[in-house]
Every structure is written in structure tokens, then in C-alpha cells.
Design a protein around this ligand. Sequence first.
Ligand code: ZN
Ligand code: ZN
Length: 440
Amino acid sequence: MNFKCFAENCSNPLKYYCSCQKDYVFSCPEHINQHTDEGDVSLHCIKVMYKCIDSEKKNILINAYQKVSEALLKSQNSIIISINSLVQTLADFKKNTELFFRDQRVGVGKIIDSIKLEDKELIIPELSERKKILHEELQAYYDLLDKKIESFCKSTKQELSLLSELNKDYNEFYDDKIFDFKGNANLDKNLYFFKTGTKLFAEFNVINQYITQFEVNVDEAQGCLGAVCQLPGYKIFHAGGYNPDLASGYIIDLNNHSVEILRGVRGRSFACATYYDNEVYLFAGWHINANLAYCDKFSLATRTWSSLANFPAGAVYSVSALPCREFFILSTLSGNNLYKYDTKKNSYDILTQGVVNHVCNILFRDNDKCFYLANNLCFKSNGENLGIWAKNAKILTEPLGHITSKPVSRNRNVYFVSSQSRIIYKFDLETEDSSKVLTY
Ligand SMILES: [Zn+2]
Ligand SMILES: [Zn+2]
């Protein structure tokens, strides 16, 4: 980030920041007194900007970038081996083609020479019949082969240019742009929810553990348990709600608090929203005294809805979703099944029959471990075999409320919120136990 001293034309190194303005005021040591004398002096709150870098932190950072560098080198080497092998095959093909045509021409040249030298002609009937070479047929044959090779070369070049477009800059791999499938595979940085009965949109910051809020220009006072998730570009998708039952949806821009009203939103609550590959997925839910079987996705590219296959357990609510690279893990409100939703085939399978579902549940991941919390139980699966989920012996200290927020992990804790019971929860990944962070 490019910080500058607030004093005009000052390029001294910075030392302090003041939180009297939303985007902070930065100052060098020379100008700090000038700032504290300005404006409403009671608002100034000066703090030091930097501390000596922690060597452990530094090593973790260097390590991460070294791994990136190693991954790039490994991929480069492997891709170059494949390309070299293709280049060699093409070079051989070219050489053999040239040799073949040269040999052919030499052979034909010999025939021409021998005809030139002939001064006698065989005249025994039947034996004297000379075979006629059909040069037009030969030309037609090689014209076809030429076309075949030309079309092969053209499509190969096209495929190569498509492949080269697949190279992605390492900047595309920061976690605000791409899913971390070792983590919760969502873009949510904090917990987001409406304060029930208001138009106040709240954010629980998982770092400083404060709730901040702002009024949003939505059409109606909001309920609780709407489907919510973060989108690229620091935006929030929010649809539906309970108490009152709502069939409205919005995209809220956290940069400037502006709101886009979504069309064609189906009534829904007790459902989570899942951003995946430029679309938002919603599974089942509850609306006006009825469970729902319908599932939808919203395309961010076209701003349109399309229906997914109905939920395999029928009309249910409280379905949590955890994205994996090619499918989602889905929970439901009762029974023993977790489901697998294939995003490409738009179909469901039973992933396991070994959990105990509950209307209050959430799914999240920590590296290779997947967690499923249901009421006061914790089930775990190692990513190797998602068919097997083991129940922890320990009962969770803080049983869950209804959750429609995404899980957000920070510093070995996973945070989530029930906007119905107005509780922010955290799950400690070391002790594998839940606790209440705050009630709002
Ligand atoms: Zn200055
Ligand atoms: Zn200030």
C-alpha cells in the first residue's frame, strides 16, 4: 500500500497514524504535532504505524512464497518436458516428410532418365502394354493429405493458443480471488447479517471482534436467517429471510454501501448461500410454514436464476454447504446422511450415512480435516475418505443455533453466527470445542 504523510509535498518516512478519519491520517514525526492541533482535537487518536517485524512471521511469509516459487518451477519443468516431446515429434515428422518426398522424386527422376535413354520399345503383344501413371490422381490424393495436415496444424495452433491463455498470474491466487480448498472455500472475510426487524446490515470483524453496522437502502425491514455470502469485489449476496418471510434479494457493495436489487428471488430462509465459480448456490429452505425442496443458482455474469435438481431428501431446510473442488458437501435437518452435490452433473449422491443431522448445523474444513457440527455433536472426516465421519466423544460446550452464515476461520478459530438467536460462535480447532463469542 502507498501511504503518504498528510502534509503537502512531504516525503519523510512515516511513523504515526491517526484514526480521526475513516481512511486514517498518516504522518511523519515532523508533522504529527501539526495534525494534532488541527480540527476537532478531541477526535485525534495517534498510534505508531510499525513495529519490528516478528522473525517467525517473516519466515512463514518467505516459506509461503518459496513454495509458490517451487510450484512454478515444478510446473514449468513438467510442461517443458511435454512441449519438448511434441517439438521432437513434429521435427521428426517434418524430417520424415521431407525425406519421403525427396526419395519419391528421386525414384521418379530415375524413371524419366531411363525413358530418355531408351531407344528400343518392346512389341510383344500383351507384354508390351505399359502401365500409365495417373498424375492427376496422385495430385488429388496429395491435395487431400495436404488439407488434412493443414487442418491438423491449424487446430493444433488454436488449441495451443487456448492453452497459453490458461496461464494465470500468481496475483490471481490470493485468497480474495480464489477459493482455498484447504480452508472453507469461501470468500467470506467476516460474518455478515441483518439486524432483525431493521435495515441495518452488520459485520462482525473476526480480527478485532467488533460488530459494525450501516443502514442499507433495501425495500423492507429484514428478518433473520437469510442466505448470505461474500462475493468477489468486496460485495455481499443476501437473499430471503425469516420473521418476516422474505422473497427479496440484494447485492450489497461494502465499498460504498450501495445496493443492487435482485429480480426473481424465491422466498426462502433457513438456507445458506454458497459462492462458487461466479454463481451463488442455494439449497432447499423454509418459506411461510413449509419446507422447500427447490434449489437454485444465481449467475453473477447474467444476473439470472436457474433451477437446480430438487434436494434429494425432499423438502427440508438448514442445508449447509461446503465446496470441494468439483462438488459440494451438503447437510440436512434430520436423518444420518450427508450428500454430495456434483456441480457439473447437477446431481446428488449420498456421501455418508454416518452422521446425526440436526436443524442447527454447519460444515467447515481445516486442511485435510472436514468438520460437521450438528447441535452439540462434532463429526470429523479426513479429506482422504469423505465417506467416513467419526463422532468426537466430547459434547460441544455451546450447542449451535440455526446458522446461515458461512464459516470464517482466523487464528485456529472458526467463527459463525446465528442471526436468529443473535449469537456469534467460535469453534476452537485445537480443543475442538465451541463457545459463545458474544450475543448482540
Ligand atoms: Zn510529514
Ligand atoms: Zn487525527
